[in-house]
Write a protein that binds this ligand. Structure first.
Ligand code: SF4
Ligand code: SF4
Length: 350
């Protein structure tokens, strides 16, 4: 993979160059942790590199929380124009990029359904990845087979901090084109070694902190074979259905579609993101609600991420980013729930 050295003082020029592609969003360190910001020209040169992923996932830059899909009954259906503005997102960590792949499977690459809104947003977004430079206490990407740095094939460009600046990796033809006309020297062996050493250190730290949560049975099997485990009620009992976990989750995509009367006697159709944690998530027209009980909704989220999604796409719909752990009012830790399901299963067999 081609790699170049970007001196610290050239970060402004680099960002300005990428802004030719589109509006620039960048993950930056702030006093309240890493945040996603839309930059103005004045901000390009002021970069504080975040150590780990931010509170905000990037998903709302691909699908708006609420969006009009159609207008009817007119003399004909009105097609809603898809006007996606080109944009650049700088600083996507390995878990953020893995989450985009999870959405690609559903909205772009699935033969049964292609979402034109998502595809347009995706085609108009330049993905610039970034290494993690520490292991966050809630991060467990390693348990899901992900890494604390951008994986090949998932980014257009990526940046890794080194002494005196950054190494920029080219990950796609689009990334290469976005850098056309911007001059940088090749990265040195010393820079690449520095990156390799840091990546290994962080992986080791993640493995150490998450070793107590490691299960010997794969998550899919644990969730599929233990629908009656007492662990569901035990870990779900502090859930207050606030839906923070699904809101911050970079992979949660459940939505609902509804129609409402619009102007001039017409109707409008909207899509809004939904959450399986809301009591009426599975409510049916006849009044039946198979997930009326909180424990059923709690279990459903694990079922979707670790069983159903895996059954369909052969990967988990969780990247191990730990945002749901960090933001849960009920102090629920997904790693503990999964580990406890295994413990309960083992004690049941004895
Ligand atoms: S964030 Fe925690 S309390 Fe809120 S819905 Fe999710 S699991 Fe329940
Ligand atoms: S379920 Fe939790 S850990 Fe997994 S991707 Fe969503 S927020 Fe991250």
């Amino acid at each position: 993979m081609d790699s170049f050295f970007l001196p610290e003082e050239k970060i402004g020029e680099f960002t300005e160059h990428l802004s030719r592609f589109g509006k620039v969003y960048r993950y930056e360190q702030s006093s309240s942790g890493a945040r996603l910001r839309l930059l103005s020209e004045d901000d390009y040169g002021k970069y504080s590199f975040p150590e780990i992923r931010a509170a905000e996932p990037a998903k709302f830059l691909f699908i708006k929380a609420k969006r009009k899909l159609a207008e009817y009954f007119d003399s004909s259906w009105k097609t809603i124009a898809i006007e996606e503005e080109p944009k650049v997102i700088i600083g996507l960590k390995g878990c953020d990029l893995a989450a985009i792949k999870i959405w690609d499977n559903v909205f772009r690459d699935d033969e049964d359904y292609k979402d034109p809104f998502y595809i347009s947003a995706r085609e108009n977004t330049l993905l610039v990845g970034a290494d993690c430079t520490s292991a966050g206490e809630n991060c467990f990407c390693n348990l899901l087979g992900n890494k604390p740095f951008p994986a090949e094939g998932e980014f257009d460009l990526s940046i890794s901090p080194v002494d005196g600046g950054y190494v920029v990796f080219i990950g796609s033809e689009r990334g290469k084109k976005a850098l056309d006309g911007f001059s940088m020297q090749n990265a040195s062996q010393e820079h690449l070694k520095q990156i390799e050493n840091r990546r290994n250190e962080i992986l080791k730290a993640l493995e150490e902190q998450n070793s107590k949560y490691k299960t010997s049975t794969p998550y899919r099997e644990l969730v599929e074979k233990n629908p009656e485990s007492p662990a569901w009620a035990k870990h779900g009992e502090t859930c207050v259905s606030c839906a923070a976990c699904t809101y911050v989750c970079p992979t949660c995509f459940c939505f609902q579609i509804y129609d409402k009367p619009g102007p001039d006697g017409k109707y409008e159709r909207f899509l809004v993101l939904d959450s399986c944690k809301y009591p009426r998530f599975s409510f049916m027209a006849g009044g039946l609600n198979p997930r009326g009980r909180l424990v059923e909704r709690f279990k459903h989220r694990y079922n979707h991420k670790f069983f159903h999604y895996h059954w369909r796409y052969e990967q988990y719909a969780c990247t191990g980013c730990g945002r749901c752990i960090e933001n849960c009012m009920g102090k629920i830790d997904m790693r503990e729930t999964l580990k406890d399901i295994e413990k309960q299963e083992q004690s049941h067999k004895q």
